[in-house]
Design a protein around this ligand. Structure first.
Ligand SMILES: NC(=O)C1=CN([C@@H]2O[C@H](COP(=O)(O)OP(=O)(O)OC[C@H]3O[C@@H](n4cnc5c(N)ncnc54)[C@H](O)[C@@H]3O)[C@@H](O)[C@H]2O)C=CC1
Ligand SMILES: O=C([O-])CC(=O)C(=O)O
Length: 331
């Protein structure tokens, strides 16, 4: 058995963490032969609740769980971790956009960036889940200048999973038969879920998804808006934001980053290098492949006029969010 690795989850007493911790501790993220030592960060008033979570983790009797450190101190939580799930932040309520959380949440990511910079390993892989995830990830990276910016990512995997699931249902195939759907841009209602390069296996043969669906209007309208608004639909139904599916997506994102994406593209928010004419230095979701612990943007895709408009709109929103976040972080 390998030596245990240290992994931190912030917001560890919250909803998403309640599903996520089990997945990490049971081997679904780092593999069935990799023990984990979990660092659990939450704020001081939540330490009582967190104690209950620690009890439950013990009661799961998981062979891969090598130890647990509950704490309210970021510098203790981030020490020596190889992976950081930054979940802890306020969730939105019905009627809000995710960027309405910016003023409340972005300071958390400034402070945690500073703590990561001080105590984390320089090869730590950071996944920001807390909303607005893209801009929080950018700020976290800015305040951790000693860690390469490639190590900071934001979660758009839930949007990808939603998109894949919608397409599979529409075509009538199991969800794993659909691959290479892309989420471009912001994890917000301006994101662009793009099925134009997706492929599906039907009856043993691979086909482009647009040909299998044969309904361009659906792919440009209903499909796009359903995925863009899925988070709001869950909030309207549950009166709380997605947690089970968010935890699953966070597991998928980190697993693929560590263990590789194989022959599939996955969508991740990464610091933009300007690929596809997007604004540089915002955290933009691109199609990537991952191998040996590194991600690489899929290049050479055709951008139609429709896609160009969608990419520009979501890029503009990210540039605006960035400015607002930098202003908030000044004081
Ligand atoms: N990127 C994505 O696809 C998704 C993102 N989210 C976002 O994830 C975040 C967490 O959602 P939930 O777990 O449902 O919320 P929650 O309210 O159930 O839990 C959040 C936890 O974070 C803790 N927290 C607050 N400030 C903290 C700090 N400075 N350090 C450490 N912990 C802190 C809270 O005390 C609480 O225990 C929200 O911002 C939500 O909008 C949710 C779903 C999907
Ligand atoms: O919609 C929300 O506020 C929570 C979230 O990010 C999602 O479910 O995608």
């Amino acid at each position: 058995m390998a030596e245990p690795i240290k992994v931190v989850v912030t917001g560890a007493a919250g909803q998403i963490a309640y599903s996520l911790l089990y997945q990490i501790a049971s081997g679904a993220v780092f593999g069935p032969n990799q023990p984990v030592y979990l660092h659990l960060l939450d704020i001081a008033p939540m330490m009582g609740v967190l104690e209950g979570v620690v009890m439950e983790l013990a009661d799961c009797a998981l062979p891969l769980l090598a130890g647990v450190l509950p704490t309210a101190k970021p510098e203790e939580a981030f020490k020596d971790v190889v992976a950081a799930f930054l979940v802890g932040a306020m969730p939105r309520k019905e009627g809000m956009e995710r960027k309405d959380l910016l003023a409340a949440n972005v300071r958390i990511f400034k402070e945690q960036g500073q703590a990561l910079d001080k105590v984390a390993r320089k090869d730590v892989k950071v996944l920001v889940v807390g909303n607005p995830a893209n801009t929080n990830a950018l700020i976290c990276s800015k305040y951790a200048p000693s860690i390469p910016k490639e190590n900071f990512t934001a979660m758009t995997r839930l949007d990808q999973n939603r998109a894949q699931s919608q397409l599979a249902a529409k075509i009538g195939v199991p969800v794993q038969n659909v691959k290479n759907v892309i989420i471009w841009g912001n994890h917000s209602s301006t994101q662009f879920p793009d099925a134009s390069n997706a492929v599906v296996t039907v009856g043993g043969a691979q086909k482009p998804v647009p040909a299998a669906i044969n309904d361009d209007a659906y792919l440009k309208s209903t499909f796009v808006t359903t995925v863009q608004k899925r988070g709001a639909a869950v909030i309207a139904a549950r009166k709380m934001s997605s947690a089970l599916s968010a935890a699953k997506a966070a597991s998928d994102h980190m697993r693929d980053w560590f263990l590789g994406s194989g022959d599939r593209w996955v969508s991740m928010g990464v610091v933009s290098d300007g690929s596809y004419g997007t604004p540089r230095d915002v955290v933009f979701s691109f199609p990537v492949t991952t191998a040996n612990g590194k991600w690489k943007i899929v290049q050479g895709l055709t951008i139609t006029d429709f896609a160009r408009q969608m990419l520009d709109a979501t890029g503009k929103e990210l540039a605006e969010e960035k400015q607002e976040a930098l202003d908030v972080c000044k004081d």
